[in-house]
Write a protein that binds this ligand. Structure first.
Ligand code: S3P
Length: 434
C-alpha cells in the first residue's frame, strides 16, 4: 500500500475530549489570491505559509502552466512572462480556482480551457460568465456558459459597474481580476460585503483600488493596474479553525487554542454564532499584516443553546454551516439556518448531505430550501454510524467532529476529500483526542 496515499475512511471512537494547541493550514482563499496576484506582479514575490491543500496546488499548477515560476516560497511573475498554457488547466475539486482563473485569464491574449472534477462540472458558472461577457470577454462553457468546462479567449475588456446577484467573494474576485486588465473603471457593489482578501491583497501590491463601506454594503472601485511584487505570511484558515473550535465547545473536558488565525472581515461570523449559543470563547487579535488582521482563538467546553442563523450574516459563515450544524445538533433547543441556499451549490449539496449524514448519527435535521432546522439533543450523545463525505471536505470534517460526541464508533467514508483543504486533519485530531 502507498503510505502517502490519503486515508479513504476515518475511524473514530466515541465520547472523546480534545485538548491542545494547533496551527491550522494557511488560509485557502488568501492562498489562491496570493498565487494569482504574484503571477501578475512584475518581479518576485515571497509567499509564506500557503495552504497545503490540493485546491491551492491546482491554482499553483495553473499559474505555472502560464509561465509563472514557483520555487519554494518565491513566485516570479509579470504580464510579459506569462503565456498561453499548452494544455487544459485542471482545477480538480476547486470552485475558487475555476472562477478566479476565468477572470484572471479574460484580458490575457490567448486561449485558456478550464475544467474540474465531477463536482466542479456541476457548479454554476453563469455568475461569472455573465459579468465577464458584459466586460467584453469571450468566454463560453457547457449549456451556454452555465457549466464547466470554460473556454476563455483573451479579449480587450472594458470596466463595468456591477452588482453581483449572489453574495459571492468568488464572483467579486473574478470581476476584479478581469478589471486589472480592463479599460476604465471596474466597480463592484456588494449589498452584503463578502470576504475582503482580493481587495486587501490588491492594495498590498499597489493596484489602483478604492474601497468604501456603508453599513453592511461595500463598493470596490478598481482601475487597470500593473502590480508590484509583495511578501505575505498567510495566516491560518478560520474555516479550518472552526472545526477545532466546535470540537472543543461540544465535548466535555475540552480546551483548544488555535494560533494565528485570520480574523479580518467576512470570515469570523461563526464565532459570533457560537457566542450567541453561549460558547466559552476568547479571541485575541495579535497583529495586522499584508494579509489582514490575525489572532488566537481559545475554546472550552460549555453547554450550548439554540440560535437563529440567517440574513446578512450568512455570507460571512457559509463554509462553517456544516460544523455549526453539529454544534446545533447537541445544543439545547431548536436552531434554524435560513437564507443559505448557496449551501446547495458547494462541493456537495450541503443541505442534503448534512441532513442525511447527521441524521444517520441520530441528529434531528429537517432540510429547508435555503437551510435546515436542527432540533438539539440538549447535550445527549449522537450515535456512532458509518457516514459519507459525498466528496466534500467540509462535510467529512464536520462528521468527524460529530463523532466526538457520539456513542459508539464512527466511520467517515470518502475521507480523501479532506486533502483538498486540510491534508493533516485526521492525524492532528488523533493527537489531540483523549
Ligand atoms: C470563497 C468564497 C466562498 C466560499 C469558498 C471560498 C473564496 O464561495 O464558500 O469556499 O475564496 O472566494 P462563494 O464566493 O461562492 O460564496
Amino acid at each position: 500500500m502507498d503510505e502517502t496515499a490519503p486515508i479513504q475512511a476515518l475511524e473514530l471512537d466515541s465520547g472523546m475530549a480534545v485538548r491542545g494547541t494547533v496551527t491550522v493550514p494557511g488560509d485557502k482563499s488568501i492562498s489562491h489570491r496570493a498565487l494569482l496576484l504574484a503571477a501578475r506582479a512584475e518581479g518576485t514575490s515571497t509567499l509564506r505559509g500557503l495552504s497545503p491543500g490540493q485546491d491551492v496546488t491546482r491554482t499553483r499548477g495553473a499559474v505555472e502552466a502560464m509561465g509563472a515560476e514557483v520555487e519554494g516560497q518565491r513566485v516570479t511573475g509579470g504580464v510579459g512572462r506569462l503565456h498561453e498554457p499548452q494544455g487544459v488547466l485542471d482545477v480538480g475539486n476547486s470552485g475558487t480556482s475555476i472562477r478566479l482563473l476565468a477572470g484572471f485569464c479574460a484580458p490575457l491574449p490567448w486561449l485558456t480551457v478550464l475544467q474540474g472534477d465531477d463536482s466542479v462540472a456541476n457548479r454554476p458558472m453563469d455568475r461569472v460568465t455573465v459579468p465577464l461577457r458584459t466586460m467584453g470577454a469571450l468566454v463560453d462553457g457547457r449549456q451556454g456558459g452555465r457549466l464547466p468546462p470554460l473556454v476563455v479567449r483573451g479579449a480587450s475588456l472594458t470596466g463595468i459597474d456591477f452588482t453581483p446577484p449572489v453574495a459571492s467573494a468568488q464572483v467579486k474576485s473574478c470581476v476584479l481580476l478581469a478589471g486589472l486588465g480592463a479599460k476604465g473603471e471596474t466597480v463592484v457593489r456588494e449589498p452584503v460585503a463578502t470576504r475582503a482578501h482580493t481587495e486587501e491583497l490588491l492594495a498590498a501590491c499597489g493596484a489602483d483600488i478604492r474601497v468604501q463601506r456603508v453599513g453592511s454594503a461595500r463598493v470596490v472601485r478598481l482601475r487597470e493596474s500593473s502590480l508590484t511584487p509583495f511578501e505575505i505570511d498567510v495566516p491560518g484558515d478560520p474555516s479550518q479553525a472552526a472545526f477545532w473550535v466546535v470540537a472543543a465547545c461540544i465535548t466535555p473536558g475540552s480546551e483548544m487554542v488555535i494560533e494565528d488565525v485570520y480574523l479580518g472581515p467576512g470570515r469570523t461570523g461563526f464565532i459570533d454564532v457560537l457566542q450567541r449559543m453561549g460558547a466559552d470563547l476568547e479571541v485575541e487579535v495579535t497583529g495586522e499584516s499584508t494579509a489582514g488582521r490575525r489572532g488566537r482563538i481559545r475554546a472550552r467546553h460549555r453547554p450550548l443553546s439554540a440560535t437563529e442563523v440567517g440574513g446578512h450574516e450568512v455570507p460571512g459563515l457559509i463554509d462553517e454551516i456544516p460544523v455549526l450544524a453539529v454544534a446545533a445538533a447537541v445544543a439545547n433547543g431548536v436552531t434554524t439556518f435560513r437564507d443559505a441556499s448557496e449551501l446547495r451549490v458547494k462541493e456537495s449539496d450541503r443541505v442534503t448531505t448534512m441532513a442525511s449524514e447527521l441524521g444517520a448519527m441520530g441528529a434531528r435535521v429537517e432540510p429547508l430550501q435555503d437551510g435546515f432546522v436542527v432540533a438539539g439533543s440538549g447535550g445527549a450523545p449522537l450515535q456512532g454510524a458509518t457516514v459519507c463525505s459525498h466528496g466534500d471536505h467540509r462535510v467529512a470534517m464536520a462528521l468527524a467532529v460529530a463523532a466526538l460526541v457520539a456513542d459508539g464508533a464512527t466511520r467517515v467514508e470518502g475521507w480523501d476529500a479532506v486533502a483538498s483543504s486540510y491534508p493533516g486533519f485526521a492525524e492532528e485530531l488523533q493527537a489531540c483526542v483523549s
